[in-house]
Design a protein around this ligand. Structure first.
Ligand code: MET
Ligand SMILES: [Zn+2]
Length: 810
């Protein structure tokens, strides 16, 4: 039997209904009932769409008002004790207020009296596997009282069923939940995995409740199976699911569930192969079926065939859920025939997406008027992928029923498909353009070693100890946003828009003089989003108008599409940097100062540009990244030539690019380092290269960090409680470059006190030579208001000055 399904669908809704409903609710512009209504509407539309497209098992449980891991944390009562005084009533509003307080923080309302106490910080966020989606991090402690506090999934299932849909509930499995959870400091790995067993009864209850209400199957997502797991984790996984099986059986015996129909359990793994986890996972007999990612995990195929899976169901993820290219249905059909034509007839097959379509924009339709004609024809977003799955399923069923290889019908193909495919990569050949060579010619390492450069730079810049700077962006105010909109919609000219940006730069420079920062920036006012900006400016990349993809909560980004050889057409940031240099000089002249003021240019690094885009998939991603690196190299060389001698190349996505499987990581490390060095090595020794990283567990990538050979590294660390320090040995860390681990958390509107900043800096100097420590906020200031920015920086700079006096170096 052949049927079709998807692993999950985007939550965005049409016209970003999800984002706007959430934000309106937070601003109290709509009621909680209206928020719920908006959510329901999105779900209903998704179900209707999937069903009309011909998908047999439509999905429920893939929607979330904020994040699916947060949903589970709330459902399982995994609530950190700092929230104990936050009201948790039964009413709809209380329910949502509590839920959002976990995601966004809360004011303490001790005794339920609404007395505003200290603010309660929200759950941490972390990257969901190797994607740019952030999930929240549940916090488990020995005080956690695991219990089921809601049955939202069951209600949603019943809702879909009552609408007449054949619905498949999906839920993230207990092992993946534990994988993302945080534990008290002294929890051993062993006991961490022991908590799995506490979750199992809750899953059993939920599953039986679904069964009782008529669900025929449930998809349990355990993408941790795509990572390299220690044997103790794999054992815990095995034990937990066996326990689940036993518990479900014994509960059925005492009347839970449905006496006539046993719900089928499906195990879903995606983003990569099961690989060495294959045997354990597929031998757990409570599973009636397994999902395989057959785009990013094809190495599992021999094992699948060997195992045979008689009388089981195989969900084959044939259609790429991570990238935006139109599926070559004929190729996928032939791939199926070649590999799976010999499957035992007792095997039921589900044709599926490789993973959830959450990482794709909603539909290509809206791009027709904007994107280059040829390009949009090549694209397929979530909605188009659903249709492709349905078409592929029909093709395969026809074949399977007739058992004939000639059953492939050309008509199933978009007749234009072949023609447009040829258009891909038919852009001007960049190799005909002369490549820029800088002072370091064609070499891809800096002229001197770090120590050699350090001497030169110390003399050249003559900065005080604890130099102060920022990460690049200053608040993106409403005036700048509205001017950008006006420019994009043609209401104002480019020159008018540029004038506005220049005005902002002037203010920004004046502010930095007033604050007395040591190293200036120009505020990145011209960039909505760092990667989008480079996507707009580099050749071979395109930016969509409506290709929104959820990053977290109500935050959506538009990843650019890399469709051809990437190269730099024109300088991208030089004009505004020249303007910035002039502005600084004119201020210095006006006050008669002969001192030098340095400004740091900010670029995005090659790994991050590619990681936060949809890359072409006809050449290796390492190649695409190297092309981008060459383009950034040219920009770096030009910036140096106009007199900018500090250049920060941001790589916040470098950790996220790390492959899920340990065995693939070395190769990645090598080309990621090579790409960064390609971008940053074409210059003189006196030019100082900075990099900035955030949202990462840095210790895991310390080798990469060292390999980048930068002069200064600034890393976000405050939001994660400086957890990377836990792994370092005081005094022993041989990280010799300048380091700015972050004086305060830019993601919080709270103004950091001088005391807390001092405490942090003192922590840092235990690990790093105080002469190497820079003082800066831990990430860009884009999301802060101007009113928040100034006092925060004032405190930060006051601390630097105070420390210099204490250290006797002014
Ligand atoms: C996500 S990292 C952001 C770095 C960027 N330079 C900024 O200041 O916004
Ligand atoms: Zn950052």
């Amino acid at each position: 039997m052949i049927s079709s399904s998807i692993v999950g669908f985007p939550r965005v809704g049409s016209d970003r209904a999800h984002k706007f409903a959430l934000e309106k609710y937070w601003r109290k512009k709509i009621t909680v009932e209206e928020l719920v209504e908006a959510g329901k509407k999105i779900k209903l539309r998704n179900w209707e769409f999937e069903s009309k497209a011909g998908i047999e098992q439509i999905v429920v449980g893939d929607f979330s008002y904020y994040d699916h891991i947060l949903d589970l944390a709330v459902a399982f009562n995994v609530i950190p004790s700092r929230f104990k005084d936050v009201k948790r009533g039964d009413g709809l509003e209380d329910k949502f207020e509590f839920y959002f307080s976990l995601a966004r923080g809360a004011k303490s309302t001790a005794n339920g009296n609404n007395i505003e106490g200290d603010s309660i910080h929200p759950l941490e966020m972390t990257k969901w596997f190797d994607t740019n989606y952030h999930c929240l991090v549940p916090e488990i402690s020995k005080h956690t009282e695991f219990k089921l506090t809601n049955k939202d999934l069951v209600e949603e299932y019943v809702h879909a069923k009552n609408q007449g849909y054949n619905a498949k509930p999906v839920i993230v499995g207990p092992a993946t939940f534990i994988y993302f959870s945080k534990f008290e400091d002294n929890t051993s790995t062993e006991s961490k995995w022991d908590y799995l067993n506490k979750l199992i009864p809750l899953y059993a209850d939920l599953i039986l409740e679904l069964e009782k209400n008529g669900a025929k199957m449930i998809q349990i997502d355990e993408p941790i199976l795509a990572t390299t797991l220690d044997s103790e984790v794999l054992d815990a996984f095995d034990r937990a699911y066996k326990l689940l099986g036993g518990l479900i059986e014994s509960k059925r015996n005492i009347g839970y569930g449905d006496p006539y129909y046993k719900i089928k359990l499906f195990l879903a793994n995606y983003y990569s192969s099961y690989d060495e986890n294959f045997d354990v996972a597929t031998s757990i007999d409570i599973f009636d079926g397994f999902h395989f990612d057959l785009v990013n995990g094809i190495s599992d195929i021999p094992k699948i065939l060997e195992k045979g899976f008689k009388n089981k169901t195989l969900s084959l993820g044939l259609v790429d859920g991570r990238n935006v290219w139109k599926t070559d249905l004929k190729e996928r059909f032939n791939f199926f025939i070649k590999n799976f034509a010999g499957l035992d007839p007792s095997v039921s097959v589900i044709i599926n997406s490789s993973c959830s379509l959450l990482h794709l924009p909603l539909t290509v339709k809206k791009e027709k008027d904007y994107l280059e004609t040829d390009l949009y024809r090549l694209l397929s977003f979530a909605s188009e992928k659903v249709i492709e799955i349905s078409q592929l399923t029909t093709m395969i069923s026809v074949y399977r029923e007739s058992r004939s290889l000639v059953a492939f019908d050309e008509n199933f193909q978009d007749s234009k498909f072949k023609k447009v495919f040829i258009c891909k990569h038919s852009r001007p050949n960049p190799d005909t353009k002369p490549r820029k060579t800088g002072p370091n010619e064609d070499k891809f390492t800096r002229i001197s070693s770090f120590q050699g450069r350090k001497k030169i730079q110390n003399e050249y810049f003559n900065l005080p100890i604890y130099p102060t700077t920022t990460i690049g962006s200053f608040p993106q105010t409403t005036d700048i946003r509205s001017k950008r909109r006006a420019y994009k919609s043609g209401e104002i000219t480019y020159e008018q828009y540029l004038d506005e940006i220049k005005r902002k730069i002037i203010d920004c420079i004046h502010l930095q003089f007033e604050l007395d920062l040591d190293v200036f920036v120009n505020g990145e006012y011209e960039r909505t989003d760092m990667v989008e900006f480079f996507g707009e400016n580099l050749e071979g990349m395109e930016v969509t108008t409506n290709g929104w993809v959820q990053s977290y909560g109500s935050r959506y980004v538009k990843p650019p599409i890399i469709f051809a050889h990437v190269y730099r057409g024109n300088p991208m940031t030089c004009e505004l940097m020249e303007f910035t240099l002039k502005t600084i000089q004119s201020v210095l002249d006006s006050i008669g100062s002969t001192k030098k003021k340095y400004v740091k240019a900010i670029l995005t690094g090659p790994v991050t540009i590619v990681k936060w885009s949809f890359p072409r998939n006809d050449i290796p991603i390492s190649e695409v990244t190297k092309q981008v690196a060459m383009a950034i190299r040219e920009e770096v060389i030009d910036l140096e030539a106009i007199g900018v001698h500090m250049i920060q190349v941001d790589e916040p996505a470098i950790r996220e690019g790390l492959p899920l499987k340990k065995k693939d990581q070395d190769e990645y490390k090598q080309w990621a380092i090579e790409s960064f060095r390609t971008a940053t090595s074409g210059i003189n020794d006196f030019t100082q290269i900075h990099t900035h990283m955030c949202y990462s567990d840095f210790y895991e990538i310390i080798e990469i960090i060292k390999g980048l050979d930068v002069d200064v590294l600034t890393i976000e660390s405050v939001k994660s409680n400086m957890k990377f320090l836990n792994n370092l040995v005081p005094g022993k860390e041989n990280y010799e470059a300048g380091i700015g681990p972050g004086a305060y958390d830019v993601h919080s509107p709270a103004i950091p006190s001088k005391e807390e900043i001092i405490q942090r800096i003192k922590q840092y100097t235990k690990y790093f030579d105080k002469k190497s420590v820079w003082i800066n906020p831990d990430c860009g200031n884009k999301t802060r208001t101007e009113a928040e920015l100034k006092p925060a920086l004032q405190n930060m700079i006051a601390v630097a000055k105070q420390l210099r006096i204490q250290e006797g170096e002014n």
